[in-house]
Unconditional design. Structure first.
Length: 334
């Protein structure tokens, strides 16, 4: 970035300076951006498993993800004429008055922005994710709840709540919430709020990202999907949808390639294994863009050049058949 360094004391003073007069000293701002960028990169590297598929697509890099993630923190708000980072600083509870609390604040806000950005990017790769998200949003809008932003993250709270003034549940503890809390779809949000109030010391705020990911990974046989006009009792079976998509791809493999002599029996068997592996990954969050690697699991000595010349176009088409079929199945249920 800019090559500036900033100490924790300078960080605290810079935040206080911007918060008090709202004036933006470009040098101080550059230092603050640099510090935030460094924290963002560290956070992304820490969560490398989440971003692996994004980076493998050769469209994104760690640097690009970090810059795009923190950029919204430094765009002036039209009403307050302050950058969102400073608005967050002013609203932070407890008050930030030491070097350690300043660093903690910036680390938390940066981590929240990174998570939101990665969440958005991964959503584009996942055929189920946005359907679950839409359903959760629908429940929020039609119930006694609303979404608010805190430390760069989206939370669902009761409509009477104006701001989060306590500690929010950690990802680790949210992942340990008992599965039965998720079963009654119409009371999903109510059950979570009640659980946070009665069973934890955390503020009753549901982290949106964690909720959607947890629903997806629980993989109940009959979880819901809906839009603003659909009945929430409509259910779907993610596993069944993927199986239908896999069967469609396998049928196309045999009809269009094996029976027409374009692939040998052994090659067709390898393709079957690869497609089954991909279907498992599709159910668990998305297919790895590095399709060549799927083949090397089953064909140890497969040369990449041979793969590109003989297999790549075929598997790319078959994956498209599988994904399209899954999408059609979902659409039929909403």
């Amino acid at each position: 970035m800019f090559g500036y360094s900033i100490s924790n004391m300078e960080l605290l003073n810079t935040l206080k300076s911007f918060a008090s007069d709202g004036e933006v000293n470009q040098k101080l701002l550059n230092q603050l951006i640099e510090k935030t960028y460094q924290l963002a990169v560290a956070n992304i590297n820490y969560h490398h498993k989440k971003v692996y598929r994004l980076i493998q697509k050769d469209i994104y890099s760690v640097d690009a993800i970090a810059i795009d993630a923190i950029a919204p923190l430094f765009v002036k708000d039209q009403e307050s004429h302050k950058i969102p980072l400073i608005n967050a600083f002013n609203n932070w509870n407890p008050k930030i008055d030491t070097e350690d609390t300043a660093l903690f604040f910036l680390t938390k806000v940066t981590a929240g922005r990174v998570e939101q950005h990665i969440f958005s990017l991964l959503r584009e790769l996942d055929p189920f994710f946005f359907k679950i998200l839409d359903s959760v949003n629908y429940l929020t809008k039609t119930g006694e709840f609303k979404k608010i932003c805190h430390a760069g993250k989206s939370f669902i709270v009761e409509k009477s709540i104006d701001a989060i003034d306590g500690k929010t549940i950690t990802k680790e503890e949210f992942d340990n919430i008992p599965a039965p809390i998720f079963i009654k779809k119409k009371k999903l949000l109510e059950n979570h709020i009640n659980y946070l109030k009665k069973e934890t010391a955390y503020f009753p705020a549901i982290p949106l990202n964690e909720l959607v990911i947890r629903i997806k990974h629980i993989n109940f046989a009959d979880y819901f999907v809906s839009d603003s006009t659909a009945d929430l009792s409509v259910k779907y079976d993610l596993l069944q949808f993927v199986e239908i998509g896999l069967e469609a791809a396998l049928e196309k493999l045999h009809v269009s390639y094996f029976h027409k002599g374009k692939l040998s029996q052994f090659e067709a068997e390898y393709f079957e294994k690869v497609l089954k592996d991909m279907s498992k990954d599709l159910l668990d969050g998305g297919i790895n863009p590095g399709m060549y690697e799927y083949f090397t699991v089953h064909i140890k000595d497969l040369k990449k050049e041979f793969y590109l010349n003989n297999y790549h176009n075929i598997i790319e088409y078959l994956v498209k058949v599988m994904k399209t079929t899954v999408a059609e199945q979902i659409q039929e249920k909403i």
